[in-house]
Design a protein around this ligand. Structure first.
Ligand code: ATP
Ligand code: MG
Length: 350
């Protein structure tokens, strides 16, 4: 029993999901979901965590709960296989966080490289950092351990969170007895898919940075976003040699373009390597490459968008999926919380 696989994934409802989520998380998660061989799979919509840097805009978080639920279902989450739930509606998670806070130092939180980078990027924190934001890795440890998850599929920005979770697990177990399980992150095989850059060339496509191509974007929106993408700034004339390595257009192609896309839209090249080699040696223009990327993304996103449009006609059913999932999730989290409190000698009325 103790070796059974329990999987937890999460997204913050801070905006609709983008193609970075798609290649960094959704494709992997849906494949894991459909392959089976696990005891439970949970997908959390982390609204409470979303508020840690959007506390002044509760409507945004609320609205995006439905947006990300639609994105997840459109990308292939199946509520009969995966328990989809809303974080804030499982208050047991908050209580766990409060107990875990004793096990983590402020210095350790300040060293978390993902959190550090996010703080530096957020102008609104220039005059003061909310405690809730600094401590969100602790709340993630609660989310993971509450469901006894031992596998978390995620992009590479989550590696420091998983490391901190395991530190909390070990510290808790060594003080209070063996209650919590360590967890492993599962990242996409391609390091480019594990951190897809933004359309502006920023190292990470992120809802909070607005450098995204969204799963819900219309065909025209996709075309416009691809057209205005950052490429190699030194590739001025078609005949100039180009750089493909820090060039988001090429990075997206290496992640999304399949041999059948080449056959259908750019048959003079058999694959990504041939196209990239031509750009590197010079003689291939950005307009042609962007046109191809647009065709690839249109093909990839069209079925998702169509399914999403269908689901969006009945949001009441989607809410019902979340309500049922949340009820199930809450029962599991309550069991873990009871185990934790027993181990901490907080079970006075048992
Ligand atoms: P925010 O800017 O609000 O933090 P986000 O775009 O980082 O939003 P999250 O909801 O924080 O999205 O992340 C959800 C999941 O998607 C995580 O597993 C994360 O690792 C993954 N992910 C997010 N952005 C990318 C990206 N650009 N490339 C690959 N994976 C990503
Ligand atoms: Mg994030």
């Amino acid at each position: 029993m103790s070796d059974e696989k329990i999987i937890l994934t999460g997204v913050r409802p801070t905006g609709p999901l983008h193609i970075g989520h798609y290649c960094g998380a959704l494709v992997n998660n849906v494949a894991i979901q459909n392959a089976g061989g696990y005891a439970h799979m949970y997908a959390m919509i982390a609204d409470a965590q979303g508020l840690t840097d959007n506390f002044d805009d509760p409507e945004k978080v609320r609205r995006n709960v439905m947006e990300v639920a639609l994105d997840m279902l459109a990308a292939g989450y199946d509520p009969t296989k995966t328990t989809m739930f809303i974080q804030s509606a499982v208050p047991e998670l908050t209580e766990l966080t409060f107990y875990y806070m004793n096990l983590v130092t402020v210095a350790r939180l300040q060293r978390n490289p993902t959190v550090k980078g996010e703080i530096a990027q957020k102008e609104k924190f220039a005059n003061g950092l909310p405690v809730g934001f600094l401590t969100y890795p602790i709340s993630q440890a609660s989310d993971i351990t509450a469901f006894r998850a031992n596998i978390v599929p995620a992009g590479d920005d989550q590696a420091p969170m998983i490391e901190q979770t395991n530190e909390i697990v070990h510290k808790f177990n060594s003080i209070y007895g063996e209650v919590l399980k360590p967890v492993k992150i599962v990242m996409p095989e391609s390091s480019l898919a594990a951190r897809l850059p933004g359309t502006d060339g920023n190292a990470k496509m992120s809802k909070s940075l607005g450098n995204c191509i969204y799963l819900k974007d219309s065909a025209d929106e996709i075309a416009a976003r691809v057209k205005s993408m950052f490429t190699d700034p030194k590739h001025l004339r078609v005949e100039d040699p180009g750089n493909t390595r820090d060039n988001p257009v090429f990075i997206y192609l290496s992640v999304f373009a399949k041999p059948e896309h080449f056959a259908a839209f750019l048959p003079e090249y058999a694959n990504y390597e041939e196209l990239a080699a031509h750009y590197e040696r010079g003689g291939l223009g950005d307009v042609k490459v962007k046109k191809f990327l647009n065709s690839v993304l249109q093909e990839t996103l069209k079925p998702i968008r169509e399914k999403r449009e269908m689901l969006a006609r009945d949001t009441a059913s989607v809410m019902e999926i979340l309500r049922n999932g949340t009820e199930r999730a809450r029962a599991v989290a309550a069991e873990t919380l009871a185990d934790v409190k027993r181990a901490m000698r907080l079970n006075y009325f048992d």
